[in-house]
Design a protein around this ligand. Structure first.
Ligand SMILES: C[S@@+](CC[C@H](N)C(=O)[O-])C[C@H]1O[C@@H](n2cnc3c(N)ncnc32)[C@H](O)[C@@H]1O
Length: 326
């Protein structure tokens, strides 16, 4: 079988099985099966696949038809123009999450402008936390943009962290990202990233033994799908992506209140919080960012017009200006 025939045959099979994006999927699977570059297929349409390549391609098509996402078959997904390894242990990075990176970079640039440092954009001196890092796509994309910034990237899933570490290493940013297994910020305390509770903090169990290390920015794409929405998800998502990465609770927005409360305690005065939103999260999340703790709240829509990113600044008052707690 030659490349042109293989591609046509793959598209026809996927189309008959109602697989979405059939042409792109067939092309990606053919490239993966033959380990060729895209240009090769089109410049050598008459070239023959080996019988081994043809078998591998058939097998990939069958697995795609059975519901396995293309990215799990190829082990790859591009995000922010960078090649990421993905496995079933991590959420496949989504294009809408790129809005999170755009908003984070815009808000950091604005802060620098306001501070009278319009030309400083390498992130020097910044400490950024990515909570629920998954494949590491957010921390790694930001590390590529902000060549001097330092990062802490946490996840509760050790297997996700393995993938994130691998991606950071392949993309040459490991030196500036500390990956930590942690439920939200819990384990960061023992690593020396101490935090300070605002007056309305959930408890006063952490005393501050020394100067806290606070973050300049907390960024997160948390799990935000409601369990009750599960039946409406595609089988590719529901059956193949990690539950931990998908569901935020019965409604979906439950995760945000702890994440926002803990972020307030971990951010420097004037620090930035940038969060991805689920398609219906905004009404539940916006009131959690009310004054006096948060200012300069902005909401950014995605290309489909859905409110996708909320950003806010922790009030510029120092933590030690709070009345003592506990
Ligand atoms: C929606 S995925 C986002 C992954 C990645 N940041 C991205 O944007 O593609 C959410 C991530 O949060 C992690 N997670 C779930 N519960 C968590 C918790 N309590 N603390 C920290 N991470 C958590 C999941 O394992 C998953 O990797």
């Amino acid at each position: 079988m030659d490349f042109r025939t293989a591609l046509k045959h793959g598209i026809a099979q996927l189309r008959a099985a109602h697989v979405s994006s059939d042409t792109l999927a067939a092309e990606l699977l053919l490239l993966h099966a033959t380990q060729r570059e895209r240009t090769y297929i089109y410049s050598h349409p008459e070239a023959k696949l080996t019988s081994e390549e043809a078998r591998t391609y058939e097998n990939l098509l069958e697995r795609r038809i059975s519901g396995v996402p293309v990215q799990h078959l190829t082990g790859k997904q591009e995000f922010w123009g960078l090649p990421f390894d993905v496995t079933p242990d991590v959420l496949i990075p989504r294009p809408e999450t790129e809005h999170l990176i755009e908003v984070a970079l815009d808000r950091l640039a604005l802060r620098e402008l306001r501070a009278g440092r319009p030309n400083k954009n390498d992130g020097a001196g910044l400490l950024i936390a990515d909570i629920g890092t998954g494949s590491g796509c957010i921390a790694i994309a930001l590390a590529k943009e902000l060549a001097q910034a330092q990062f802490v990237a946490s996840d509760v899933s050790p297997s996700a962290l393995e993938v994130a570490r691998r991606n950071a290493s392949k993309l040459s940013v490991s030196r500036r990202i500390q990956f930590v297994e942690s439920n939200l910020f819990d384990s960061l305390f023992s690593l020396g990233y101490h935090y300070v509770l605002p007056p309305e903090g959930p408890s006063s169990r952490f005393r501050i033994p020394q100067e806290p290390t606070l973050f300049d920015m907390v960024i997160s794409n948390p799990p935000y799908i409601g369990r009750r929405e599960a039946p409406s998800l595609t089988r590719e998502v529901r059956d193949h992506e990690p539950e931990l990465a998908l569901y935020g609770g019965e409604e979906g927005y439950e995760f945000y209140s702890d994440l926002i409360a803990q972020s307030a305690a971990h951010l420097k005065p004037g620090g930035l919080l940038v969060l991805e939103l689920g398609h219906n999260s905004l009404p539940a999340v916006r009131p959690l960012l009310d004054a006096p703790l948060w200012t300069n709240v902005s909401v950014t829509n995605d290309l489909a017009g859905i409110p996708r990113v909320v950003a806010a600044e922790r009030e510029p008052v120092a933590h030690d200006a709070y009345p003592s707690v506990g």
